[in-house]
Design a protein around this ligand. Structure first.
Ligand code: ZN
Length: 193
């Protein structure tokens, strides 16, 4: 059980093919626990397993985003499928834990219905609206290797890629400094993660 590092774009692991989960094993439970802790640590509205390097068809939606009380447990979706999405759409800015600091306007269906398996191994269907629907569509995209940059034009994509590569270089530099007993200069970006 641990907070795990989030895989950031353009890491090719975000494009890996994901595989179906057949049974809820101890490994699946442990993975969902790590996803929960990582999502809370990063303040995410949702997270997909592929974002912590586990290419399984699993995503989580934060409890209050999924219509629950504040601080309620996340809703777990295993082998999820969007079975219906409304023709009515809206365009809103979206963020992603794999693109820290980047926001992109994305057109999504206002309502979506998703079928998935829960942690009890049973199939359920849930319909969401607004942020809940958007989050399910966003996390569903992750399981198909689709990312925020795939919604923008080539220039913006280039700009985002450049920003993300710069961030990765800075993080690598910081990590190196940390190993050498973390001089003060290495701590200034710690909060941005
Ligand atoms: Zn994302």
């Amino acid at each position: 059980m641990a907070v795990r590092p989030v895989v950031k774009y353009p890491d090719p692991r975000l494009r890996q093919e994901t595989s179906k989960v057949t049974t809820i094993t101890e490994e699946v439970r442990a993975l969902v626990q790590d996803l929960t802790e990582t999502m809370f640590d990063e303040n995410g509205a949702g997270i997909a397993a592929i974002q912590i390097g586990a290419p399984e068809k699993i995503f989580l939606i934060e409890g209050s985003v999924a219509g629950g009380e504040e601080n309620s447990p996340p809703m777990v979706f295993i082998n999820p499928e969007v079975v219906w999405a409304s023709d009515e759409t809206e365009t809103k800015e979206e963020g992603c834990l794999s693109f820290p600091g980047i926001y992109v306007p994305i057109k999504r269906s206002v309502r979506a219905r998703v079928r998935a398996m829960g942690m009890d191994g049973k199939i359920f269907e849930v319909e969401g609206e607004g942020l809940f629907a958007r989050a399910m569509q966003h996390e569903g995209d992750h399981l198909n290797g689709k990312l925020m940059v795939d919604f923008v034009g080539p220039l913006k994509k280039q700009m985002i890629t450049r920003k993300m590569k710069k961030l990765a270089a800075e993080e690598a530099e910081d990590a190196g400094e940390d190993e050498e007993s973390a001089p003060a200069s290495g701590s200034k970006r710690a909060k941005a993660r």
